[in-house]
Design a protein around this ligand. Structure first.
Ligand code: CA
Length: 192
């Protein structure tokens, strides 16, 4: 069992009142079949969330960032990892509990990142944009082995969930154009 955060380094403003909440993380099991439980102190209460992990090596903690634009930061924790793909759950404090804030993508609600020879998959947020705007940059290598089918999709969180605002497609993008797209490019989150 691994316990992190006791030294306070995971303190995060989860409920958005401007004061950090104490966040604790407990990990159980092993790399292949594990789980984690995150505990957040809110006032005199403690709210928790538990998820199973598969293929996850090391700490599942990726960081915290306000991605949905609602007050408070979402906690990003790894749930599954493949050879080069990683999947994360994002937990938001809402209605007095931790709820999962799904990614604006069709991949089962998890936040996917990838960076490999044939694919770049990453999430971006610019500080100069309104709260709740997030961008998916995805590029798949074409059959010519040289260029990429690349897309940049912009989403905004609303009371009805994520809404796609725009998608730009670059069907024959160069390697230079898509290089470095993969991973999180959001302040507060580790890239990989
Ligand atoms: Ca938020």
């Amino acid at each position: 069992m691994m316990v992190v955060g006791s030294a306070g380094r995971l303190d995060v403003d989860v409920n958005g009142n401007g004061t950090p909440n104490k966040v604790g993380l407990v990990r159980r099991g092993d790399t292949q079949n594990g789980s984690w439980t995150v505990r957040v102190s809110v006032g005199s209460r403690v709210v928790t969330a538990t998820r199973k992990t598969a293929g996850w090596y090391g700490s599942p903690w990726q960081g915290a960032a306000n991605v949905d634009g609602r007050p408070g930061k979402e906690l990003f924790l790894g749930v599954m990892a493949g050879a080069h793909t990683q999947f994360f759950a994002a937990l938001a404090y809402q209605g007095g509990k931790l709820v999962e804030r799904h990614a604006p993508s069709p991949r089962g609600g998890v936040w996917t990142i990838d960076g490999a020879y044939a694919i770049e998959y990453g999430w971006w947020r610019r500080q100069d944009e309104p709260p709740g705007v997030v961008r998916l940059k995805r590029a798949d290598r074409n059959d010519d082995c040289r260029t990429f089918d690349a897309r940049i999709s912009t989403f905004r969180w609303t009371s009805d969930g994520w809404v796609r605002k725009s998608t730009k497609r670059y069907p024959h993008a160069s390697q230079d154009f898509v290089s470095g797209w993969g991973g999180f490019h959001i302040r507060g989150l580790q890239r990989y």
